[in-house]
Design a binder for this molecule. Structure first.
Ligand SMILES: Cc1cc2ncn([C@H]3O[C@H](COP(=O)(O)O)[C@@H](O)[C@H]3O)c2cc1C
Ligand SMILES: O=C(O)c1cccnc1
Length: 353
């Protein structure tokens, strides 16, 4: 990091003129342990999918089968995250850690299902399904713990395994994605549990709900927290009480990437709620996290502040899937490219002030 700061001071630009990109490139040099750090490419997006027992409480206007249907859409290349990933040349891996439907591809574990025919886009995209279902959806956290500790461990390990495989296959930046109808509810509960913020402050409208349903959602988050009183010093216990399988898997994915010293670009509120769990398990993992964007969900801002991360972009997105994080990829790559390619005052013969 010292070497990166010293190099920045010699590049042909006023010191500090690249704002947040300078500190980002310094952090990435620290993560890699070398200056300049490797360019963060190729990029691999992993979309973790799961369903939620708390859906029964009326917290989302969408039917649960949309989760499995969207998995098929990701594999066909037709979701927003596919379009954005094509724009930056990223692969898309879909990981079933907890979808209610069996997706028709069996769950023998580790295999990859048949990929539907690509949509008619000229650009190629590597897409793959990883079958790693821990359980067909969580339990309703307002009645009992959403998961057992063993199920949380299995999901954490599934996420870490995906990170290892993607890095072994060459990825030099990982992007978190999520799909799971009702998953903004456990995300809010996780953020409240880890930061101590009130349920009302961290709960948002998710896919878009009216005032009646919103009041109900806040009450559901509050009821789950009151029932389980999760201890933030026990992150596996917090994930078991009020988490989701995709939340736990994303936490494992972050830890897997961090342990390989590869940057993990975080998407929206589901990702940052999972990042709080990852940070509670291994505080050093924050060094590998890059906050891709600020989700419109209020809990995301609370979680980012707790992690001490500033988001790179703020476009009012509230979709998930990894979309906001994929949009940040060119910014992360540009920050690193500066350290590789920009001339110094000496080499370019530019006068200093
Ligand atoms: C068609 C569709 C595509 C999506 N892609 C991401 N989400 C996002 O919305 C869901 C969370 O919002 P809530 O908690 O309000 O249910 C998650 O599946 C999330 O990934 C989608 C939602 C829908 C309906
Ligand atoms: O920020 C997100 O990831 C998000 C927001 C709303 C709905 N689904 C996801």
């Amino acid at each position: 990091m010292e070497a990166a700061r010293a190099l920045h001071a010699r590049l042909t630009k006023p010191a500090g003129s690249l704002g947040a990109l300078e500190e980002l490139s310094v952090r990435l040099a620290g993560l890699a342990g070398e200056c300049p750090p490797p360019l963060p490419e190729p990029v691999a997006v992993a979309v973790f999918a799961g369903d939620h027992g708390v859906h029964a409480q009326g917290v989302s206007p969408w039917p649960q089968e949309v989760t499995g249907q969207m998995v098929a859409n990701f594999l066909a290349g037709g979701a927003v995250v596919n379009a954005f990933a094509r724009q930056v040349g990223a692969s898309v891996t879909v990981v079933d850690v907890g979808v209610l439907d069996d997706l028709g591809w069996g769950d023998e574990g580790g295999g990859s299902g048949p990929i539907p025919a690509p949509r008619s886009s000229g650009e190629e995209q590597r897409r793959r399904l990883v079958a790693a279902k821990v359980r067909a959806g969580t339990r309703d956290m307002t009645a009992e713990a959403a998961l057992t500790r063993e199920e949380v461990s299995a999901a954490l390990e599934a996420g870490a395994r995906v990170a290892f495989k993607l890095v072994d296959d060459g990825a030099r930046a990982l992007v978190t994605g999520d799909m799971g109808i009702a998953n903004t509810t456990p995300a809010a509960a996780l953020i409240a549990a880890f930061t101590g913020a009130d349920a009302e402050v961290v709960t948002g409208r998710g896919t878009g709900i009216d005032d009646y349903r919103y009041a109900r959602k806040v009450a559901v988050v509050r009821a789950a927290l009151n029932l389980h009183k999760p201890d933030p010093a026990d992150p596996v216990g917090v994930l078991a009480a009020v988490g989701g399988l995709e939340h736990a898997a994303i936490a494992g994915f972050i830890l897997g990437g961090a342990s390989r010293r590869v940057p993990v670009i975080l998407d929206g509120v589901i990702a940052v709620s999972a990042a709080l769990a990852a940070a509670a398990l291994a505080p050093d993992a924050v060094g590998a996290m890059v906050a891709g964007h600020r989700s419109a969900e209020p809990g995301a801002t609370v979680a980012l502040a707790h992690l001490g991360l500033d988001p790179l972009i703020d476009l009012g997105l509230r979709l998930g899937e990894g979309t906001g994080a994929v949009l940040a990829v060119p910014i992360v790559a540009s920050a690193v490219r500066v350290l590789h390619e920009v001339a110094t005052f000496d080499s370019a013969g530019v006068s200093e002030k």
